[in-house]
Design a binder for this molecule. Structure first.
Ligand SMILES: *Cc1c(COP(=O)(O)O)cnc(C)c1O
Length: 495
């Protein structure tokens, strides 16, 4: 493809993308294909001879499109949102234009410095403590700073590696022999509601894990954590890391972050806050009281690609002190000269992440923050919270439903109440709610997740699509009510 064909194809692509988004307002979110569908439609080998681009685009429309899950549909309420926006897409395009591998300052000064700048912008937008910023209000360089990871899972790995380094440095300083062999005794603490990426990160790092039981509101409490740590210390283990979650994946619960900070401080644990989904809400000051305790964390992470209009992938992570992380992750080779000079603007971001190479992700974030402004981002968040609260009010007013947890952000966790069923038992309620989720998704107008919470079947639509409107949430409610009536009627008939 030469540059003149690229000009033409590129313009066609932008039109196709615009058409796609215009069709997303009420698109069916789930495809209907069966596993293995694509294998039957494509050749076994890559072509020997070049193929015309028209053929490729035609195949994309006829073979790929039918197998796409439309996360950008206004009727997609599954998992958590994965926001997209036009400035975000354009940022991705320009990033593809440069196609740099910005692992050090010299490998792309603009990518490195813009990341430092926009992560400070974003930290201020969320009201994060100045410990997490690269440049403080008075212009001095801090020990902390932000980095864009590809995912919250990678942030979890980096946080645990930094935590281990901090613990090992302390053991060595105490003169403990064989400190480096202590990995197998080290324990990372999570709750039974922590995202799976915590346990996976611990498995990668090779430490023990302990999932502390959460309370009746699905929160990790100070008391439960302190008891677990004490028990493990008595057993000769080495507690070194704890993850608190601001907005869990199941229910958007908020752990007792100040209490966890107390235990982490007393026990010298690294305190990581996973705010992958709900962190975006901190752009709105009214949510900040819920995040008390974050100012005492060692690291904090949220996904701008979930609920802040920035195309996947953009996982924003801050550390209050980068020393241990950089010590653990910097490995010297002659072909990777370390950048000398001011540490703030010449960060070698390869020492802040697992891979060496890294994408120029700061560009799309910069586009998004400037195009929407803080005001636009707050309006985006508040709109979804308002719709989620509206949905909650409608479900409660109906009388047949109960909220399993109250709506705080854009997630509504509810179920048909046992008392609304002819045989009002927990078993009957579980069957009815599982069936309700199944029928809603089989209908295909909207998509949501049915999940199990402590053995209870619940539904958890997440509202937060970039392109959705209130009309999509009204449809969601109509579909829920329609199938709830059918399910309850079938229960009455003993089906
Ligand atoms: C979505 C989510 C994650 C995982 O995010 P990735 O970026 O896909 O790794 C982690 N933690 C919480 C609380 C989440 O909701």
């Amino acid at each position: 493809m030469d540059v003149s064909e690229f000009r033409r194809r590129g313009k066609e692509a932008v039109d196709a993308i615009a058409d796609y988004y215009e069709s997303m307002a009420d698109a069916a979110p789930l495809p209907t294909v069966e596993p293995g569908y694509l294998y039957k439609l494509v050749p076994r080998e890559a072509p020997e001879e070049p193929e015309p681009f028209d053929d490729i685009i035609k195949d994309m429309e006829t073979k790929i499109m039918p197998g796409v899950t439309h996360w950008q549909s206004g009727n997609f309420f599954g998992w958590y949102p994965c926001n997209s926006s036009f400035p975000g897409i354009l940022g991705e395009m320009y990033s593809a234009m440069f196609n740099v591998v910005g692992f050090s300052w010299l490998s792309c000064p603009a990518a490195t410095e813009l990341e430092t700048v926009v992560m400070d912008w974003l930290g201020r937008l969320l009201g994060l403590d100045s410990r997490f910023l690269s440049i403080k209000e008075d212009g001095t360089e801090g020990r902390g700073g932000g980095v864009i990871q590809g995912s919250a899972s990678e942030a979890h790995v980096v946080a645990i590696i930094a935590a281990r380094e901090m613990a090992l440095a302390r053991l060595r300083a105490q003169g403990v022999r064989d400190a480096d062999q202590m990995g197998a005794k080290m324990v990372a603490y999570f709750s039974d509601q922590t995202h799976s990426s915590g346990e996976k990160a611990a498995a990668i790092v090779g430490c023990k894990t302990r999932a502390v039981a959460s309370d009746s509101a699905f929160r990790l409490t100070k008391e439960a954590l302190a008891a677990a740590v004490e028990e493990d210390r008595r057993a000769g283990l080495i507690p070194f890391f704890v993850c608190g979650t601001f907005g869990t994946t199941n229910t958007a619960a908020i752990d007792d972050l100040p209490g966890i900070a107390d235990v982490a401080g007393a026990e010298q644990l690294w305190f990581h806050v996973d705010a992958a989904y709900a962190g975006a809400a901190l752009a709105c000051p009214e949510f900040r009281p819920l995040a008390r305790g974050v100012e005492r964390a060692d690291s904090f992470n949220f996904n701008a690609h979930k609920w802040m209009l920035t195309n996947f992938d953009c996982s924003a992570m801050w550390v209050a002190d980068s020393t241990h992380m950089v010590n653990a992750l910097s490995i010297h080779r002659e072909y990777l000269p370390r950048t000398k000079g001011s540490t703030t603007f010449t960060k070698d971001y390869r020492d802040w992440q697992v891979p060496l190479g890294r994408r120029f992700r700061a560009l799309k974030l910069w586009f998004v923050l400037r195009t929407y402004g803080a005001a636009g981002i707050r309006a985006h968040i508040r709109r979804h919270v308002e719709w989620a609260k509206w949905l909650e009010a409608q479900l409660l007013a109906d009388g047949r439903f109960e909220m399993v947890t109250p709506v705080v952000f854009g997630l509504a966790v509810f179920r048909i109440r046992p008392a609304a069923l002819p045989a009002p038992t927990e078993d009957a309620a579980n069957r009815a709610n599982a069936e309700l989720a199944r029928r809603i998704n089989a209908d295909r107008r909207v998509f949501l997740l049915g999940t199990k919470l402590r053995g209870m079947d619940v539904l958890r639509p997440a509202i937060g699509s970039s392109h959705g409107t209130k009309a999509n949430v009204e449809l969601l409610l109509a579909v829920i009510l329609e199938f709830a009536s059918a399910v309850v009627a079938d229960c009455a008939r003993g089906e």
